[in-house]
Design a protein around this ligand. Structure first.
Ligand SMILES: Nc1ncnc2c1ncn2[C@@H]1O[C@H](COP(=O)(O)OP(=O)(O)OP(=O)(O)O)[C@@H](O)[C@H]1O
Ligand SMILES: [Mg+2]
Length: 243
């Protein structure tokens, strides 16, 4: 057991696909309760690095420590057990299911109750989760495809939170949203942080990163270029590091 103030540490990660070196000796540290912006040009390796955390890919070399203890994230189930959740850009919601059904898909509340009673339980739990995050969805019986883009993103985030993660990874959470909705999703990200969850935010939108992040991590051609305290850098500097 190593004592430090990191929730998560990736050490000397290498990943190649055939002859392509997607990640070369990348080390990343995530502090307790911080929002870390992860930036880099297309093909820099951002998604690959995150997919190693979610168990979608295995690194060729390198080690991962969670709260000081080494973990072997061999598949997505292990990642979730460790306490890592990822919110994907395409939300991964089922358009024809309502809000509670989306939240509890694959882990419906079971027991020897009548179906109606179980539905009621899931509805109450859904209202509680949405309320905790102050997510504004008036009618939880509404189907996901009737929600706005921002509400869908909020629901996807709510779903991630419902697993009680310690780390949430968001890949381009505001990419497809209108300006008004971006503000709401950013509020939501900040509320997450208030709950002590550490966040890795992957996005091309530097404005968003500067609004919410504590530090900014720059990847370029598969290598860690630098990590900056957000308060001690600016957009020009980050852009120079990226390209
Ligand atoms: N499954 C795969 N098979 C082969 N090559 C891959 C695979 N996944 C990623 N790569 C390659 O690894 C490199 C890094 O890709 P990655 O998707 O991690 O970049 P990124 O920083 O997320 O880019 P973007 O901003 O476009 O999302 C690229 O050269 C990409 O083509
Ligand atoms: Mg990507």
């Amino acid at each position: 057991m190593r004592e430090n103030n990191y929730t998560l540490e990736m050490k000397n990660i290498h990943k190649s696909f055939g002859g392509i070196h997607a990640l070369i000796d990348v080390s990343l540290e995530l502090r307790h309760g911080e929002i870390l912006g992860l930036v880099g040009d297309n093909a820099a390796g951002k998604s690959t690095l995150m997919k190693i955390l979610t168990g979608a890919y295995q690194a060729n070399r390198g080690r991962i420590f969670f709260e000081g203890r080494e973990v072997h994230i061999t598949n997505p189930r292990v990642s979730r057990q460790v306490g890592i959740e990822m919110v994907y850009q395409d939300f991964e919601l089922c358009p024809n299911l309502n809000v509670p059904a989306n939240l509890f898909l694959g882990r419906e509340i079971t027991g020897n109750f009548f179906k109606a009673l179980k539905n009621r339980q899931m509805e109450n739990k859904a209202v509680e989760i949405l309320g905790r995050l102050k997510i504004d969805i008036k009618n939880s019986k509404i189907k996901a495809n009737r929600l706005s883009g921002g509400q869908q993103q909020a629901l996807a985030i709510g779903k991630a939170v419902s697993f009680n993660p310690k780390v949430v990874i968001m890949d381009e959470p505001t990419a497809s949203l209108a300006v008004m909705e971006i503000e709401k999703v950013i509020d939501l990200i900040l509320r997450f942080k208030e709950q002590g969850i550490s966040i890795i935010l992957v996005t091309h939108r530097l404005d968003d990163i500067f609004k919410v992040s504590d530090r900014i991590f720059v990847l370029k051609h598969g290598r860690r270029v630098d990590v900056k305290e957000t308060s001690q850098t600016n957009k020009d500097e980050i852009i120079k590091l990226m390209f």
